[in-house]
Write a protein that binds this ligand. Sequence first.
Ligand SMILES: [Cu+2]
Length: 695
Amino acid sequence: MVIHIVNTNKQEITMVVGSTLSRREFLKLLGAGAMVGILGKFANFGPQNTQFQPISREASAQSLGQWSIGANTSIPPIHAAVLRNGKILYLSGSGYNSGNQFGPFKAALFDPGTNSESIYVMPDDLFCCGFSQLGNGNILIVGGTKDYDTGTDGKWHGTNVAYEFDVDSSSFLKVQSMAHGRWYPSMSILPSGKVFVMTGYDEYGTLNGLTEIYDPTLKTFSIEYDPSSSLVYCVGSGSTLPGAGSPCYGGTNHGVNPSSTTVYSRTIVMPSGLVFRGGQKQSLYMWDPITGKWTSAGNMIALGRKYGTAVLLPLENTTSERGRVLLVGGQPTSGGNPVNTAEIADFNAGTNLTPVIKSVPSMNYARMYVLPVMLPTGKVVIFGGTSDMNTTFVFYPEMFDPVNNTWTALPPASVGRQYHSVAMLLPDGRVWTASGTPSMSKFEPRIELFSPWYFFAGPRPTISGPPTVGPYGGTITIPTADASSISSVSLVKIPNTTHHYDFELRLVWLQIQSTTSSSVTVSSPVNANLAPPGYYLIHVLNSSGVPSAGQIIQLPGLSGPPPSPTVPSDPLSLQATAGDAQVYLSWAAPSSNGGSSITSYKIYRSASSGTETFLAATGNVLSYTDTAVTNDQTYFYKVTAVNSVGESSQSNEASAIPSTPPPPPGPNSFNYTTSDNVSIKDSLTERLRKHHKFS
Ligand SMILES: [Cu+2]
């Protein structure tokens, strides 16, 4: 491993050490007031300043994280999702390659189990589409490219097609098209499971003013108007192309979207159920899915954050919270220099409709084309991006702590990520980064994977099987052998991302309700506003904040809340067999463990029937030998089963009289029933068996 340290005098020190730093070595480096980067290949891009935030608890681990290079992709993952089966779907269409603008249009399914990539060739160019994961785990794809900007008007034109990628059959299904084209649309899964779609350039390159709602059951779109507005949108308005300018939509009391909308607006479903829209332009809006009404929500501090991002900060799973949105990086003005500033639209401090805008500390690096990822620890990491239009890479990820509002720079990547790149949290807790288009017709094929600090902080807790998931407001029971050490549980939306944000990115902390030796039961999300229907990664975290790998679960659960565990039923078929100064007991396990694993059995004994008292406890075994007995005395026994809740009632009673061994059997003491059913009494039988050729 190579370690690069830039000290406060901006001198770079390079060290080569073993694959892992000892804690002492690491602390020594930190003690030097240094910025530490750990990487395979040094990215020659030093910090712009050394005013790093105080090292968070993550830094007490051996490492802040490590990078590794993965397999190349054969097409650029411009749109990417982790599917509910753990595979990764990515999509390029023509892939920002004018040589492919008439085809072939490609997508790929990557199987991490086999490291193999299956390529799809599609009839439509889904480059620069909307890309979201439905409640059933299918991927909804809306819009994309109708024409490159190589035509007479020099504009990108959007297509109106829509597809679902069906996870079970691994195939694309064309569904009803939208009313008009959308190149760079925005979309979000609503609490109802329907999908909100807005903006994008229409088939003439004009901003599409319609809100459309996709119904995943009917697989159709419908236009939704704002009853409080009278705005009008005419398709292709302003274009001189033949046919442009009609039809028109909207009018008195059924208006279209506010006119200051922009392509790829960052839309987020908030705890109120309202949809936040902002992040690219300065103006913020809220949309009400029940009424269709748009409301102005004020302005950001930044004049704009083009190809910055917006992230809903972790939720606490309450009905009273309103949520906070981190707005970070990007260009304030088109063509201007990206910024390092950050601010929070704090709805908790405001109302459901109007956030209080608060400035928070800036990142260490100015950047656009950023890649936001939510870690299972509740920290947001901004990966990649460029410090100018699209050439100078920012290799250092920066981790935002939403509790203390601090940034921590993490070890630099070796592959830069620019326009059309992606980053996603994988179920195992690593971060997958891919793609990037330095210019038209070029793309970055290298995958690079980041393993955060928790891969180097001792044993990680584990989830031992599929959780039992109840409805909203119910419970989720997570099987884990580490139950006693679990101190928090996080739920992270399974990622789907494109164009430097993830519409569904969110984390909900789930309150622990009860713990057994083998499971943790938490509150499921209290409603669908906090966690819209779909697939999530659930993680258990120990008291050091180290998370398990994520288990993929579906919300809401198909079953009701699991019943609370009870004591087991009583053990079955207790038998007592006498020996010389001992009694051998055996039994069968109870028919029910009460919903919690059997941990031990208890043996009860007495000299008279029905008066047994506690003798001994065993582990989870089905026999016991009592050697504290006197020959020729009768002993009575009963057994109980114990789980995390308590002890069962007593089993049937069995008795035995231990005694000295009987005298050796006489020659006639053997017997047999049939030639293949031999009752063997002693060694003599075996000799006789051979003699009589029984077998
Ligand atoms: Cu694009």
